[in-house]
Design a protein around this ligand. Structure first.
Ligand code: FAD
Length: 491
């Protein structure tokens, strides 16, 4: 039986980042996967999605210049785009496998099952690991209704050479809304069916409402508070989704994106004494399972922080420390940024808008109509908006949300500022930003917001009131900068 210091079950981001570090520390490593090397993000998730999404973002940006100097808009050829996606993304698994082999990992193809807490059975062959890391990710959940076999998942969508004319998306979460956006941009008839009363419920609902408005303008039909009961295949090959209160939607393709569950079922975790539930594998603050020599990382972990690629990578890197060093501290997550790639995009990090709104004594919220105020550096993205959340009364920046094309970039920069506690002095005197760029504009807003708080001196309003100024000017001189910009650029 082959013996290893560490065996990873799964070859996604939760596995290989830390494996690289442990290899440099001299450990003998095996990576087992039953599917393509690289896992969900690389082959069936983020990477494939963002490659396919990019032309739609560009198309949208071009639309904004119609009548402002641009004469023709773009036309997207999905089949050609898909061929390009297959070329680029299809190359990843062999490239990654070669890299792992160059680093002298053993890459084992097959399905792993625990025999005991040190032994795995991989398609009939046994291997031994001093330590084993479970990184098996998640799979989408299919509702248990008649006709469930006719549902498709995001994985199929990201490989489809042609998209049918009528598409139904079950669920109004991130994956569903992103796929629906692409289909709408291609001129497809799209219906989104959601069991609850709102979409993207973890994101600021003011921004979500804008996204929905835009999707509806493009022809989307949203059905909220829906209970689905049956998916019927019709004689002409179309599918009819039926449910309570007369729900009936006929289309050519039905996406199921109504939740994901941890891949724990086929691992025979009982044989190793590892506790788990549908939410995932239970771990302590060292990512150690209920069995001492077995750890878990990534989407398969039962955790409250978002199940995303960067959190999987963070945990993998943490585990390299935990498994490679004599004594590692407990895992401590910094603020986790996340973005939904609808058009427009929505990003957020730290204290959420909903939490700040629910605690007005603790937090102040400043919303800036950034796009309207700085459209010339923002490629005319006039709807772009930033929301800053500060503590009261100390004015510490603790949360951020935004909407617009560059939401991902803005969210990352604000994460850097917040996680490194970069206050107004370091922001203004410790950095020089390239100009004119959208990120300079972002910096200006953050710095300006701090400056406006500094101006909230006791008695300033009394002095300003003595001056012979119009009322509007007096208000602008004494209120936080976000409100001033909103007054200057009503939208
Ligand atoms: C459509 C889609 C879009 C997404 N978009 C984003 C995004 O924009 N940004 C973001 O941050 N995140 C996104 N995600 C989430 C992101 O893909 C995951 O958080 C990330 O891939 C988790 O990595 P992981 O290594 O934990 O799991 P995975 O990447 O899922 O890897 C698990 C691996 O384990 C293997 N495996 C499972 N069971 C066994 C077994 N018994 N034996 C052997 N191998 C096994 C699987 O084959 C798989 O390769 C998206 C996900 C999807 C589906």
């Amino acid at each position: 039986m082959k013996k290893y210091d560490i065996i990873y079950i799964g070859s996604g981001h939760a596995a290989w980042h830390g494996a690289l570090i442990l290899k440099l520390m001299g450990k003998k490593i095996a990576i087992v996967d039953r599917d393509l090397i690289g896992g969900t993000c690389t082959n069936y998730g983020c990477d494939a999605k963002i490659l396919l999404d990019a032309p739609f973002e560009l198309k949208e940006a071009l639309e904004r210049y119609q009548g402002k100097g641009l004469k023709t808009s773009a036309e997207i050829d999905w089949t050609e785009l898909m061929a390009y996606k297959k070329d680029i993304i299809g190359a990843f698994p062999p490239v990654m496998e070669n890299l792992f082999k160059m680093l002298k990992f053993d890459v084992i193809h097959g399905e792993a099952k625990f025999v005991d807490n040190h032994t795995l059975d991989v398609d009939g062959e046994q291997i031994y690991g001093k330590k084993i890391v479970i990184c098996t990710g998640q799979t989408y959940v299919v509702p248990d209704i008649p006709g469930k076999e006719y549902f498709s998942g995001s994985r199929e969508f990201l490989s489809m050479d042609e998209i049918p004319d009528r598409v139904t998306c079950v669920g109004a979460g991130i994956i569903s809304m992103e796929i629906a956006t692409i289909c709408l941009s291609l001129g497809k008839e799209v219906t989104i069916v959601e069991q609850f009363g709102n979409a993207l419920n973890a994101y600021p609902q003011k921004y979500v409402a804008k996204v929905i408005e835009k999707m509806e303008d493009m022809g989307a039909k949203f059905i909220f508070n829906a209970t689905i009961e049956e998916l019927v295949k019709n004689a002409d090959g179309s599918l009819t989704l039926k449910g309570k209160d007369g729900l009936e939607v006929t289309s050519d393709w039905v996406l199921c994106a109504a939740g994901r569950r941890a891949n724990v079922d086929n691992l025979n975790l009982e044989a190793a004494g590892v506790e788990y539930s549908a939410k995932g594998v239970k771990v302590n603050d060292h990512l150690q399972t209920t069995c001492k020599n077995i750890y878990a990382s990534g989407d398969v972990v039962d955790k409250t922080i978002p199940k995303l690629t960067p959190t999987a990578e963070f945990e993998s890197n943490y585990l390299a420390m935990e498994l490679g060093l004599p004594k590692a501290p407990a895992i401590k997550y910094p603020k986790v940024p996340n973005v939904v790639f609808t058009i427009p995009r929505i990003g957020q990090v730290g204290i959420s808008v909903a939490e700040a709104e629910a605690n007005p004594k603790k937090y102040r919220i400043a919303e800036v109509p950034f796009g309207a105020a700085m459209s010339w550096t923002n490629k005319n993205d006039v709807d772009a908006s930033l929301t800053f959340i500060y503590t009261k009364p100390t004015n510490r920046l603790v949360g951020f949300a935004c909407m617009g094309d560059d939401a991902g970039i803005y969210t990352d920069i604000l994460t850097l500022i917040m996680n490194n506690h970069i206050g107004p002095v370091r922001l203004l005197l410790g950095n020089i930003w390239a100009f004119p760029t959208p990120t300079y504009g972002l910096y200006l807003m953050v710095a300006g917001m701090y400056a406006s708080f500094a101006m909230e001196l006791p008695g300033l309003d009394k002095i300003v009131n003595l001056l012979p100024l119009p009322e509007d000017m007096k208000k602008m001189a004494t209120q936080p900068m976000g409100e001033t910009i909103a007054m200057m650029f009503p939208h």
